[in-house]
Design a protein around this ligand. Structure first.
Ligand SMILES: Nc1ncnc2c1ncn2[C@@H]1O[C@H](COP(=O)(O)OP(=O)(O)OP(=O)(O)O)[C@@H](O)[C@H]1O
Ligand SMILES: [Mg+2]
Length: 257
């Protein structure tokens, strides 16, 4: 049994190599994505023409030094931030061109996002926070709360369902954020450092759950991480530096380097 840090590869379901079905769109396709922040006299360019295609049915890891543009890129991929130029398709739908309600509706139905800073709503309890994506989709409150409570159980904090975010530890808040991102079983799950506040065994539980729910033939996951313990859960590693993609690795034995 090989081990990556303190997480074991044996815990990961074997990868079934399937020929992609004809006509299935990539989970993500970025074309010449650039991003600048600031105004003319103090402008910084954070992304320099990113081209990236990730197939469905995989968990891709996005790694690179602090400040290289990982959060910026995945925020654009998830439609939370507009690129300065270029475009992003999510399962064949160009989200960069979507406007207003159309984009909100598409995101609500198809994308789950785990924020680096959790971004829980402070006035809502853990279970209400986790239910938000379902309520936005029009689920009845009772059913949404029941489904969200199941997700909290899965991430091991069912007993904290009625706590407010400020009554939870960082790791507990992170797990609420993960439950919220998974509750509507999105086609694309985007996670920014999902294990940063978790110890080794919780990290393993969370990664197994992410794989179980989100790695399916018609779904996809992209995970930004500094946590080498979770490298064994990835199918592909995209390395970035200074706003550019350096390498895309598909052989797990190369992930640690
Ligand atoms: N809203 C903003 N306005 C101005 N600059 C920004 C903004 N957001 C990010 N940046 C800058 O863009 C660069 C990339 O930031 P980003 O958050 O994408 O990095 P990161 O790779 O996620 O880093 P980390 O690993 O520390 O989270 C940084 O230099 C950052 O200061
Ligand atoms: Mg970041």
């Amino acid at each position: 049994m090989s081990a990556v840090g303190s997480y074991t590869l044996a815990a990961v379901a074997p990868i079934v190599v399937q020929a992609p079905a004809i006509g299935i769109d990539p989970a993500i396709r970025c074309r010449q994505v650039t991003k600048e922040f600031g105004t003319d006299d103090a402008k910084i360019q954070v992304l320099h023409g990113i081209d990236l295609e990730l197939p469905p049915g995989e968990m891709a890891l996005l790694v690179g030094p602090s400040g290289c543009g990982k959060t910026t890129l995945i925020s654009i991929i998830a439609g939370l931030l507009d690129p300065t130029a270029g475009s992003v398709d999510v399962f064949g739908s160009n989200i960069t061109d979507m406007r207003g309600r159309e984009k909100v509706r598409f995101r609500g139905a198809n994308i789950g996002f785990v924020f680096q800073q959790y971004n829980l709503l402070p006035a809502l309890t853990a279970v209400e926070n986790a239910a938000v994506p379902l309520l936005i989709q029009g689920w009845k409150r009772r059913q949404a709360i029941d489904k969200a409570a199941e997700m909290l159980e899965e991430v091991g904090i069912g007993h904290k369902r009625n706590s407010l975010p400020n009554q939870l530890s960082g790791g507990q808040q992170q797990r609420v954020a993960i439950a919220r991102a998974l509750v509507h079983e999105p086609r694309l799950l985007v996670c920014d450092e999902p294990t940063a506040a978790l110890d080794a065994s919780l990290g393993q539980v969370v990664l197994e759950l992410l794989r179980k729910i989100a790695v399916q033939p018609d779904r996809g996951v992209i995970v930004v991480t500094h946590d080498s313990r979770i490298y064994g859960f990835g199918d592909r590693m995209v390395t970035m530096s200074d706003g550019r993609i350096d390498k895309i690795l598909t052989d797990r034995s190369e992930f640690a380097h």
